[in-house]
Ligand binder design. Sequence first.
Ligand code: PMP
Length: 401
Amino acid sequence: MTVRLSRRVTRMQPSASIAAKQRVTELQAQGKEIIDFTIGEPDMDTPAHIVQGAIDAMRGGDTHYTPTAGVAPLRQAIADKLRRDAGHDYTAAQVIVGSGAKQLINESFAATLDDGDEVIVPAPYWVSYPDIVTLYDGVPVVVPTTAANDFKLTPQALAAALTPRTRWVVLNAPGNPGGAIYTRDELRALADVLAGHPEVMVMTDDIYEYLAYDQHRHVNLVAAAPELAARTLLINGFSKSYAMTGWRIGYAAGPQALINAMGKLIGQSTTCVSSIAQAGALTALKGDQEFIEETRQVYEHRRDVMHKAVSAIPGVDCRLPQGAFYLFPSVQALLGKRTPGGQVVADDRDLVMYLLDEAGVAVMDGSAYGMPGHLRLSFATSLQTIERGCARMAQACARLA
Ligand code: PMP
């Protein structure tokens, strides 16, 4: 018998980054030496004191279900952090903990979208936003940005995309994959557009908040536009800041009714986040924060090295990203060329396959992020890997004619 799948799951795309990771693992298992620039997570291990916090919790019998929204001390610690960063008094009850930021994004759309409701997603976007919107019957409204504007949504583009069906605008800064970081003035300008649309909610995904380079620093939307607090859902987590991707823990803060609805959904799906991960997250917030600045500097140096190497490849045009840990170069000038085997590299997906086969370098296609003609290269990997991978890419690109 063939299993009849739901319309809901049939219209979903598998996660492009998870698929890429699988492909790299398969090739590596076949004995091929693949340099992996698809990585979407810190390459460092979780700091030892955080691991110890989780071990202590387990040994101390912290091995039971917790309240659905998370344990009180953790929610309070998150509220305290947001008071410092967002300058807004969230109560602990307005904070909810989930199994990664991704679960909370799912629950917030599940809690608010009905058939045909629109969600504005600036492109290039993190692959999952449009797919999660679609999963919950919403319609992603993709709004392109430009490299010249550091991949940031402009007030004009936002104004043009808003319709009576708009339920949400998604902002992600520092952005994956474009590295966009909005200044306070830019956030104010977006908020001024939203002032005319009081029914529209804003999701700000701040998961890369500390990964900001040069003079750029992440500004919290609610700090720049306090009047939006009542209709903003802050999404954040521990995955990138504290190298805790495998722990699966993130958080959201926002209007009480929405947080309650999200809690209802979590109560019927995962029940709560692992008590052990919550203990680790609490240790992360309460403990030494040195790791954050140390790793920020490591990434900044890697960014510079990779940017220099990639920019030196003829046909590759790369903006220096302001934040996060990806380069997002245009490869438009390489498209239409032929491989040594005579095949035409028609688009960014062909180029990804060519680089994988010819150079043994795995990168992501810009099409997956809503911006064809680009590649995404992660610098969350060692300097040595960056140098070797870029050299191999340069050689492979030079063989295109
Ligand atoms: N938002 C963005 C922009 C991301 O890049 C990612 C991870 N790739 C997430 C959310 C998901 O984070 P988490 O591990 O907390 O689910």
